[in-house]
Design a protein around this ligand. Structure first.
Ligand code: C2E
Ligand code: MG
Ligand code: MG
Ligand code: MG
Length: 286
C-alpha cells in the first residue's frame, strides 16, 4: 500500500544519499593525497582574436591525474573540493602553477599571452586570493597584466565588501577581471557598474544555439554592445564549428574560445602552439 511504499521510498532515498556521502568521503581522502602527491595538472585552452585569429590569451583548466582512473575533469571533483574546503589549497596551487608556467615559458623564449585563472566563489570568499596572486606575480617576476581572474556572477550576488575590495586591488595592480559564464547567473546588472571587471565571457549555452536561434543572436549582439559601452572586452566560449565562428565574427565579440580553435592543451604543447602566431582555419582553406 501507499504507506509502505512511502516508507520504502524514504529508505531508498536515504540509502542513495548515504552512498553519495560515502563516495564523497572517499573522494575527499583521495583529493587530500592528490594535493600532497602533486597529481594535479593544468591544461591551457587558447583564446584568439575574433578577426585576426591571433592568439591573445589562454585559460588554465585543472585536471587530476588519478592513480587508477586516469585524467579526470573538474566536473568529477571540483564540487567535493569546494564543499570540503580543499579548494583553497588546490586554488593556491593553480595560482602558483600558472605564474610559474608563465615564467618558465618566458625563460624558454616563449612570451605567453595573458592566462585566465578560474576562482570558485567559495575560494574567493575564504582565502585572500588577491594577496596570493600578487605574491606569486612578484615571486616569479611576471607582468600583472599576464594574469586574468575569472569569477562568476554567483560571487557577486551579495554585495560583499571583501570581494569588491579584492577585485579593485587586483585591477589597480593591472590584473584582469573576467565575468565567466555571463548571462546564466541570475544576478543584477548593478555589479557591472560598480565592479572593475574588464571582460565578459558569454556562456556556451548562447553560443551553441547561435545558428538556429535569432533570440540567441540578439542576446549575444546585445551583450557585446553593453560590454563595449562599458569599456569591456567580450569573449565567446564554446565555439565548435565554422558557422558559429562566422556568426560570432559579425556579432561584435572580440575574442573566441572553443574546440573549433583548440582543445585545452598540455603545457608541453604551448611552445609549439606559440611558434605560430595565429590559428589557421584548415577546414576553411581546404
Ligand atoms: P569554464 O571556466 O567555463 O571553462 C570552460 C569549460 O568549457 C572547460 O571545461 C573547457 O574544456 C570547456 N570547453 C571549451 N571549449 C569548448 C567547446 O567548444 N565545447 C565544449 N563542449 N566545451 C568546451 P573543463 O575544463 O571541464 O572545466 C569545467 C569548469 O570547471 C570550468 O568551466 C570551471 O568553472 C571549472 N574549473 C576548471 N579549472 C578550474 C580551476 O582551476 N579552479 C576552479 N575553481 N574551477 C575550475
Ligand atoms: Mg572559466
Ligand atoms: Mg566559462
Ligand atoms: Mg562555462
Amino acid at each position: 500500500d501507499a504507506k509502505a511504499n512511502g516508507r520504502n521510498c524514504h529508505r531508498f532515498f536515504s540509502e542513495g544519499m548515504n552512498q553519495i556521502a560515502q563516495a564523497d568521503a572517499a573522494l575527499e581522502n583521495e583529493l587530500r593525497d592528490a594535493l600532497s602527491q602533486e597529481q594535479f595538472a593544468l591544461e591551457y585552452q587558447p583564446i584568439v582574436d575574433a578577426k585576426t585569429l591571433e592568439y591573445v590569451g589562454l585559460e588554465a583548466l585543472i585536471r587530476w591525474d588519478h592513480p587508477s582512473r586516469g585524467r579526470l575533469l573538474p566536473v568529477q571533483f571540483i564540487r567535493v573540493a569546494d564543499d570540503t574546503g580543499l579548494m583553497d589549497h588546490m586554488g593556491k596551487w593553480v595560482i602558483a602553477e600558472v605564474c610559474r608556467q608563465i615564467r618558465t615559458s618566458a625563460d624558454e623564449g616563449v612570451d605567453l599571452p595573458r592566462v585566465a585563472i578560474n576562482i570558485s566563489p567559495r575560494q574567493f570568499q575564504n582565502q585572500n586570493v588577491c594577496d596570493e596572486i600578487l605574491k606569486n606575480i612578484k615571486l616569479h617576476n611576471i607582468e600583472p597584466s599576464k594574469i586574468v581572474v575569472e569569477i562568476t556572477e554567483e560571487l557577486l550576488l551579495d554585495n560583499n565588501e571583501h570581494v569588491s575590495n579584492s577585485l579593485n586591488r587586483l585591477r589597480r595592480h593591472g590584473v584582469g577581471i573576467s565575468i565567466d559564464d555571463f548571462g546564466t547567473g541570475y544576478s543584477s546588472l548593478q555589479y557591472l557598474r560598480d565592479l572593475p571587471a574588464n571582460c565578459l565571457k558569454i556562456d556556451r549555452t548562447f553560443v551553441s544555439r547561435i545558428e538556429h536561434s535569432a533570440a540567441d543572436r540578439a542576446i549575444i549582439g546585445t551583450i557585446s554592445h553593453l560590454a563595449h559601452a562599458l569599456d569591456m572586452r567580450v569573449i565567446a566560449e564554446g565555439v565548435e564549428n565554422d558557422a558559429q565562428l562566422e556568426l560570432l565574427q559579425v556579432s561584435g565579440v572580440d575574442e573566441i574560445q572553443g574546440f573549433k580553435i583548440a582543445r585545452p592543451q598540455r603545457a608541453e604543447n604551448l611552445k609549439k602552439l606559440f611558434d605560430q602566431q595565429r590559428y589557421t582555419n584548415r577546414s576553411a582553406e581546404g
